[in-house]
Design a protein around this ligand. Sequence first.
Ligand SMILES: [Zn+2]
Length: 416
Amino acid sequence: MSSKLFQPDSCNRRNFLTAAGVLVVGSLFSCSKINDKSQRVSEKQLSIPTEMITMRIRVGKIRNKDGFELDGDHVLLTRDGWKLFSSNSNFTESPDQVMWVHNKETHTMIMVEKIKRCAGKISMHPRRDVSPHAFDIVVHVPMEEYLPGVIAGELYSHWHLTTFAAQAVAARSYATAQHLQRKETSYYDVSDGPSSQVFLGDVTLDVAHRAVKDTQGVLLTWNNTVVPSYYSACCGGIAAAASDAISSSYLHNIPPLYGREGADVCTSLNVHQWKVKRPHESVKKRLSKWSRSLSSNPLNQLGSIESIIPTKTSKRGRPKSFEIIDSKKNQHEITAKQLVRAMNTNYPTISEPTPKVRSSCLVASRLGSDIEFRGVGMGHGVGLCQYGAQVLAGQKMSWESILEWYYPKALVLSVS
Ligand SMILES: [Zn+2]
């Protein structure tokens, strides 16, 4: 798989500018390939905020009748309403049945699957659409207090301060974009797991706190809007475009999210390559199961699989779709995202999806009774590549230059 170079648009002005500590304003440039209407909507929705944002993080989904424990008190939701095994006067119920807990230095939440400790207000939102006793737990944390718990969860603690700083800016920009998109339509901005970005809660890791402080208020922007700066563990050497790997939203049709040109430095690390074997029967069952959820492209007639090869590729050279060729020489097409999801989803009737297929940058072939997947990268491959950033930091590149490397044409702004 080789990377293909291309010219994404007609922009030629050098428009990445490091301005930490200085607010840079003014129109930078216009690009002929960006849809004007989309750009106007994007500008309105993702305008650079002038005040500190308080993030709303969903840290718990209570779906059983046992509720959870908060600061030593037990909290349940019954058909009749909230039930608190406590005399804690900090609880208040709002008219829309949302339960609030007032500020406290640090809350301890004990749920079935995890324990979370963090400071900030807490709100609990009934999910009657799921069941009478279901509710979500949301913590409200100012952005700069939220970020150390994100980057401490996203990176290895022994990695360079510079890597943490680049990651802090990416995480802040991503979180800000999520907040701006969801503030009018949802009671939370992000969850605390890898489907948005990891949030460990309160952490003591010094390098994480230093990185957030060193980059305080710094955002990645493009054309006076916040860049939804996705990032992943490893791009495998070939950057993905957000419009291919995340969604075709107009918010993703901006140069910083097209993906950088040329091979990334993560290819110097063994970790960028992987090989996974899965039993042929399990792969076939998974593809058949997945195809049932689609309106077209049924794979339940699939014969014995011979190979899975990329058909369409992105401008940078990452697979966008695959052709599955069976022993009868039938050809079935599936998108790259669908293939990875089909391989990694937990289905009760099929053996566990381990080891995981780590990215969609792969080829697969029959090897006896197995299918062998060979690929590069971990995750979607859009934006900052965490392993690559660590390599660049080791080469003494600044965090501003690392961001320039992974988000072409973005502008670094300090809005604090
Ligand atoms: Zn990379």
